[in-house]
Design a protein around this ligand. Sequence first.
Ligand SMILES: Nc1nc2c(ncn2[C@@H]2O[C@H](COP(=O)(O)OP(=O)(O)O)[C@@H](O)[C@H]2O)c(=O)[nH]1
Ligand SMILES: [Mg+2]
Length: 509
Amino acid sequence: MSQVGGRNQERISARERRSLNVLLVGKTGSGKSSLGNALLRAGGRQEGAAAANFDAFGVNHSFCSSSVDCEVAEASVEGRQLTVVDTPGTMDSNNRERALHEVANAIVHCREGFHVILIIIRVDCRFTDEDRAAVELVTRMFGEDFYKHCIVVFSHGDDIGNSEEAFARLIHEARNATKFLNSLLNQCGNRFVLVDNHGSVEHLLSRMDSLVQQNRGATFTNRYFAEAKEALRQLRPALQSEEQQRREEFNRLVANAGKDELVRLRNELERDLQRIEEAAMKRAATDVANSAILNGDTCFPGDATVVTPDGPVQLRDLRLGQLVLGRKGSSGNRLAFSPVYAWGHRNPEVADATWLSIRTESGACLALSPRHLLLLAETAESAACAPRAAPASQLRAGQSSLWTMGPGGLRRDLVVCVQQASSRSHRGIYAPFTLSGSLLVDGVLASCYVDCGPLTAPQMHALLAPVRAAWRVWPAGMAAVGCPQPGSGGGMPCWVRLAAKLTRALSEA
Ligand SMILES: Nc1nc2c(ncn2[C@@H]2O[C@H](COP(=O)(O)OP(=O)(O)O)[C@@H](O)[C@H]2O)c(=O)[nH]1
Ligand SMILES: [Mg+2]
């Protein structure tokens, strides 16, 4: 959840009033590192020529990036305590998991949140699908609230002579030609600037100050920032003990060392302590990225409705052991009640998940995560044979058919609309597991499972047979195992997280 506004608002204290945490995102080659250097140098100018020549971030001339590690640099810039996190640009590598690792890495490096997020696009190039993918990936992990902290920066201003007139004309044309760019600029409250990264960026700094004021000093954070803090808190004892060991070794070595040797040992100690710290940051980032990969990708929102023998119940009110309507057996169009024996995922707090909204010809309407499986009803024969399941993201309006509840049982129903639903319109994420492996959600037949690469829905169902057998023998005992522990695992029971990790490892193998 974003902490802009509302009870989680995080206002900076008077002492920190001028702290300014900035995240740079955009595809490789857009000019992120150059802009980071220009921002940090803006302070150097005040403090002497030597500082002005110092570049904190390596500028990339090869237009490719292999690392997911972010870099952080700080400087005092005209009274602002500027912290800049530069991302390497693997966001454009088409590898969703790598990209999530990159964003997770940025979060771990600035756990207090970002005052400003700069989306960098080259002014001299068309807004490409890669630019769009980079923005969509950040949105996926940050939720739509992050736009309140965004400024779109068009770099390479010198290529159009740094002319504001030419810039205005270019943006006008680009907005007409590219719907996504237009909607991005609208989402960002029309905050966009032209910069020449080799020149002055003072105007951008003032724009950033205004935005911080507009947000009343609030930083952008969400649940992943809290998870990063928690991951590092848990790693702290191991980190301290490793550091302690290294210091003891250093003390043993310096006892017999000469003067020259002492300098070398001290440098080695510093390097090693930094390496230990970085390793912990990497582990925390991996935890956060894994959580993002598992989270909000696999569920229904809390206001989705299932049918129980007592009538409709919203998922947020559904309890373990309750009977819900789903398909009778693994095929056919008959319905039957089946008990909920576990939660694949249950997190009432999540308010920034990604949802797709699906509408059918008969008027059934369902919101669910892009990777959640729905049972297809494509041909007349599919009523009799085992149904095919597809993730919601693969459904096509006018082409795909689903099963929905009709007067005489399940009926074939054409999908007429698939669109992204606003993350703000739904709260909580829920994935109940039923003994039958299916359930009717808002009148649409869905699988209990998520797209898991190599495993089909029936294989997933078979894999969970021991858990179902245990529930049948001892439902009360299984209730503790089938329910996620509050405050840990992002709302997923540990055995589900383990199963998800295994299937991911299988798909990567
Ligand atoms: N002319 C010009 N070149 C730029 C500008 N910003 C970046 N560059 C160049 O673009 C290339 C990629 O820049 P870099 O900062 O490494 O991009 P990143 O991959 O997004 O970090 C480098 O050759 C930079 O010198 C700019 O505003 N004007
Ligand atoms: Mg770079």
